[in-house]
Design a protein around this ligand. Structure first.
Ligand code: SF4
Length: 224
């Protein structure tokens, strides 16, 4: 075994032991905090973005995100719809009103949390985002998370959960579990737009929101 192979084996062994800072997997690396960058700097970097085709498919404006830049709770959704595209604020339509109720149900206000989407421009006719669009835009969401450093992230729907967890599992499989994303706990749940179509699933989301409340109530030592 030459020196390179020995080093690779050694790193693999340390990684298996759980020693941090050694994993070679790109998805793992991208979740590590990078140099601290504030939200205004991230917005400035997005600029009048043309990184994916959505910039020429009828978007009115980029919908960056809204809320407390130091929030302990962050919501990540899919993409702006018609109302969001008009107002430049995520989750302001009917689904947004439902999200507001979810937030208030755990004793918080929209001003206290941070809300953003994986995709910052409205897909035409509210179609699903396409893989190239997600790939182009998701790094901005990751950086928003890095900047905000929330204690809990709620991934709303398949696209947010898949982007943040680097998985292809649908939300129906992910929901009910909890994951680690950097220093945060990630709770996948159904998107409020889905709940408008399937109100019988609201009970599941309420269970998830109770879990979120409990996580936020834990002190840093992990005791309730
Ligand atoms: Fe840029 Fe994201 Fe808009 Fe695509 S969706 S143009 S990557 S801001």
């Amino acid at each position: 075994m030459d020196t390179r192979e020995q080093l690779a084996e050694h790193l693999k062994f340390l990684t298996e032991l759980g020693v941090p800072g050694l994993a070679r997997d790109k998805a793992w690396r991208r979740q590590l905090p990078s140099s601290p960058v504030g939200l205004p700097a991230i917005r400035e970097e997005i600029g009048d973005c043309t990184r994916c085709k959505l910039h020429r498919l009828g978007r009115r404006q980029i919908v960056f995100g809204v809320g407390n830049p130091n929030a302990t709770l962050m919501f990540a959704g899919e993409a702006p719809g018609r109302d969001e595209d008009v107002q430049g604020i995520p989750f302001v339509g009917r689904a947004g009103q439902l999200l507001t109720k979810m937030i208030e149900a755990i004793g918080m206000t929209r001003d206290e949390v941070y809300i953003a989407n994986v995709i910052k421009c409205r897909p035409p006719e509210n179609r699903n985002p396409e893989p190239d669009e997600v790939a182009a835009c998701e790094p901005f969401l990751f950086r928003q998370v890095e900047s905000i450093k929330p204690k809990v992230i709620v991934a709303l729907g398949t696209f947010a959960a898949q982007a943040l967890l680097r998985t292809r599992e649908p939300i129906s499989r992910l929901r009910g579990q909890q994951f680690t994303y950097g220093d945060a706990t990630l709770i996948p749940t159904f998107h409020p737009a889905f709940l408008l179509r399937s109100p019988e699933r609201k009970r599941d989301v309420w269970e998830d929101m109770k879990k979120v409340r409990a996580l936020l109530d834990l002190d840093p030592s992990g005791r309730a």
